[in-house]
Every structure is written in structure tokens, then in C-alpha cells.
Design a protein around this ligand. Structure first.
Ligand code: FAD
Length: 382
């Protein structure tokens, strides 16, 4: 492992790797080390549902995700790896009048920004997925451009491309502290030795608060276990990813035929826990068969969990901090950080390479919590 680097990135999840790739590819900054205490795909980036959507309520998220979907379309060509991107759309369901109003407001903003999302009556939603039970469903929205990817090759694609450009990825290397002088970082300390650097990016996902705390900085993010499972493979029949916003249920069909899905479980206490539970299977099974009864007899083959990285206002924490020079945050991506990585990797790399502090970076800065400038996002799954 190098003992000095221009930039050290903590966390080789999708976010850290996307930033590393963009630094090297678009800014010629190749003297970069990405550190991870685990293996590639050990964090949330290897444990997620692969959903990619532009259906959000805030204009910022909608615009960013339009760009991210475009980058997903080009990914295979650029990285020479198949990410199994399938644009079958996202079908959101709501079960209350309040939910319908929220969906209508969000769809209006999406349409203003050029998205082809449509509000649907329950009966129209059933035309999109004929096997859907619409009992209790009040309204739905559908955007045909949303889709799903297979997460692992996405991570590997960024990793291999970054390495080819000269970036070093050091797995099984745990960051344990920093050496600092005043407001300057001089070195990142790991269980395998020190790396001298003045620029550090904290892309440790749900572990980001632990990293920031090593420098005396408190991030308001908190980790929350989120469980997920996949079934035996079925002949391809399900077009969109279906998500019920009333209980956080979502399910889609992968290109390999499995039904992959999860559900919110508010009983799970906060914490870095990646264990699986029977309770999840019962919760998910009940909600899934209510929404799509035909799936009742399909067998679950695999169950696992990862950590969501939640912030108090459901928006990420991105950019520099006031306490230390060149200590950048890239965390708090809730349950939708995978899909955001292509575009965020590009924006953050540009900033770290000396680009401007854009209005978006100012909005998403950690400072907003001190200044009481909290943001909103209503279309959160889980
Ligand atoms: C079950 C589940 C389903 C999800 N579904 C979706 C979805 O459909 N679509 C979507 O866009 N998002 C989804 N997400 C969210 C998405 O997975 C995350 O937002 C995203 O992967 C975060 O990427 P990251 O790189 O920030 O974090 P991670 O992938 O968690 O990477 C952080 C890395 O930091 C490393 N690390 C931690 N501490 C240290 C240390 N001290 N030293 C060195 N390394 C350290 C960890 O080992 C880890 O590899 C889901 C998440 C889960 C858990």
C-alpha cells in the first residue's frame, strides 16, 4: 500500500469508487487510495435492491437522477461490464388521500422537469401489472424510464476502471484515526500503517459518523438495518419495480428471474446490524401476497441485510466541513445511494479537483443542520 497519496477515500462502496473513478478519468488525479475495512461489496453497495428511479419529490433529486439514469445507460459501454440494466419502470402505490396528494405534487414536479411520469387510477395500475391486487389502493404513479441494475458488476466496473487508471484500492484495511495539525489533516492512520495526505473523502456509508468522530465531528446520520430477500427464479413476467409507499414494500424481478424485495420495519432499533430475522420474512410475505397474491407460493432462496444510512431530513451530507480543510463528506444517502452514485461521483470529484462550491453542494452541506436549513424528500422507500 502507498504511504502517501494526493487523495484518500475511506470506503470502497459505490460512492467511494465512483468518486475515485471520476477523479482519475475526468480530472487526471490518479494518485488516489481507496481504503475499505472489508471486501468489495461488503457494505450496503453489495446488499441492495439495485433500484434506479427518477421519481422523487424534490427537483434536485429528480434532476440528479435523470442524469444518473443516463449514466447507467452508458455504463456498460464505458466500463465494458454488463450491469443488467433493465428499464421496466417504477410503479408507486399509495393507500390514502394524503398519499395521493403527495404523489400528485411529486408527479407535477417530475413532469416540469421533463419526466414522463403519469398518475394512474388503481385500475390503470393493474393494466401495468395485471397480477396486482388493487384492493385498498387509492392511486399510483408510473415512470417507464426507471429500472433496476445488478449491483455487484456496477461496483466491480468502477473498481476495475479506477484501478486501470492508477487508483489503488486497499481492501481489508481499516481506518483507525488521523494525524492532524490544526485544521489540516496530515495522515490517515490504518491497521496497515499511515498514508500521508491532506485530502480525505469520507464515503464510509453507514459508518461515516464513526469516521467523522475520529476528527471530533458529529454527523447526524444514523445506521438502520434494512432486510431484503430473493426468490427462486421465475420466467420473466414482472415489468416494473412495484413499491407501496404506505408500508415501504418494494419488489422487482431481476434479469435472472428472481423476485427481489424488502419492506420497512420500524421495530428495528438504530445501529450497525446486518443480521437477518424471521420477523422480516413474515412482514414482507404478508405485504407481498396482499399486493400480489400470485407470489404466495414462490419460495424464498436467499435472505440478507445491510444498513441504510439515514439523515434527519432524508437528504445526503455532501461536500466540505468547516472544522477541517479538505475533509469531504459523501454520506447519508438513505435507501437510494446506489442509484445516486454515478452522478454524485462526478459532482464530488469535480469539487475535490478544485471545482466550485455549487448551489447543490451548499444546500447538502453538513452546515444546514446547525443553521436549521433542513430539506425535504417525500418519496422515500423504507
Ligand atoms: C437492503 C438494502 C436495499 C437497498 N436498495 C437500494 C436500491 O434499490 N437502490 C439504491 O439506489 N439504493 C439502495 N440501497 C441503498 C444503497 O445500497 C446505499 O445508499 C449505497 O450502497 C451506499 O453506498 P456507499 O458507498 O455510501 O456505502 P457502502 O457501500 O456501505 O460502503 C461503505 C464502505 O465503508 C467501509 N468502511 C466502514 N468503516 C470503515 C473503516 N473504519 N475503514 C475503512 N473502511 C470502512 C465499509 O466496509 C463499506 O464497504 C439499499 C440498501 C440496503 C441495505
Amino acid at each position: 500500500m502507498r504511504d502517501r497519496a494526493e487523495v484518500v477515500i475511506i470506503g470502497a462502496g459505490i460512492m467511494g469508487l465512483a468518486i475515485a473513478y471520476n477523479l482519475a478519468r475526468h480530472h487526471g488525479i490518479t494518485d488516489v487510495v481507496v481504503l475499505d475495512e472489508s471486501y468489495l461489496c461488503g457494505g450496503a453497495s453489495g446488499r441492495n435492491g439495485g433500484g434506479v428511479r427518477a421519481q422523487f419529490s424534490s427537483a434536485d433529486n429528480i434532476q440528479l437522477m435523470q442524469e444518473s439514469i443516463r449514466l447507467c445507460r452508458d455504463f456498460a459501454q464505458e466500463m465494458k461490464i454488463n450491469i443488467w440494466f433493465r428499464q421496466g419502470g417504477y410503479l408507486f402505490l399509495v393507500r390514502s388521500e394524503e398519499g395521493r396528494r403527495m404523489l400528485e405534487r411529486s408527479v407535477a414536479v417530475q413532469n416540469e422537469h421533463g419526466l414522463g411520469t403519469r398518475m394512474l387510477l388503481p385500475i390503470e395500475a393493474q393494466r401495468v401489472v395485471p397480477e396486482l391486487s388493487i384492493e385498498g389502493v387509492v392511486a399510483a404513479s408510473f415512470n417507464p424510464d426507471d429500472g433496476v441494475v445488478f449491483p455487484w458488476p456496477f461496483v466491480w466496473g468502477y473498481a476495475h476502471a479506477a484501478e486501470k487508471l492508477g487508483v489503488e484500492i486497499a481492501t481489508f484495511t481499516r481506518v483507525t484515526g488521523f494525524r492532524t495539525q490544526g485544521a489540516r489533516i496530515d495522515a490517515v492512520v490504518t491497521n496497515r500503517g499511515e498514508i500521508r495526505t491532506h485530502k480525505v473523502i469520507n464515503a464510509a456509508g453507514a459508518w461515516s459518523p464513526e469516521i467523522a468522530r475520529m476528527l471530533g465531528i458529529e454527523l447526524p446520520n444514523h445506521p438502520h438495518r434494512h432486510e431484503i430477500c430473493s426468490t427462486e427464479p421465475l420466467k420473466l413476467w414482472l415489468g416494473p419495480l412495484v413499491s407501496d409507499l404506505s408500508n415501504g414494500l418494494y419488489f422487482s424481478q431481476s434479469m435472472r428471474g428472481e423476485i427481489v424485495g424488502g419492506i420497512s420495519n420500524e421495530d428495528v432499533p438504530e445501529g450497525l446490524d446486518m443480521g437477518s430475522s424471521h420477523r422480516f420474512l413474515a412482514l414482507y410475505g404478508r405485504a407481498l401476497t396482499r399486493t400480489c397474491p400470485i407470489l404466495g407460493s414462490v419460495k424464498v432462496l436467499r435472505q440478507w441485510a445491510g444498513c441504510y444510512d439515514l439523515t434527519p431530513d432524508a437528504n445526503p451530507i455532501v461536500g466540505p466541513v468547516d472544522e477541517f480543510e479538505h475533509f469531504y463528506q459523501a454520506s447519508g444517502f438513505m435507501g437510494h445511494g446506489f442509484m445516486m452514485a454515478p452522478v454524485m461521483g462526478r459532482l464530488l470529484a469535480e469539487h475535490v479537483a478544485g471545482g466550485p462550491d455549487t448551489p447543490l453542494l451548499q444546500k447538502w452541506n453538513l452546515r444546514r443542520f446547525k443553521e436549521g436549513r433542513l430539506l425535504t424528500e417525500s418519496m422515500i422507500i423504507g
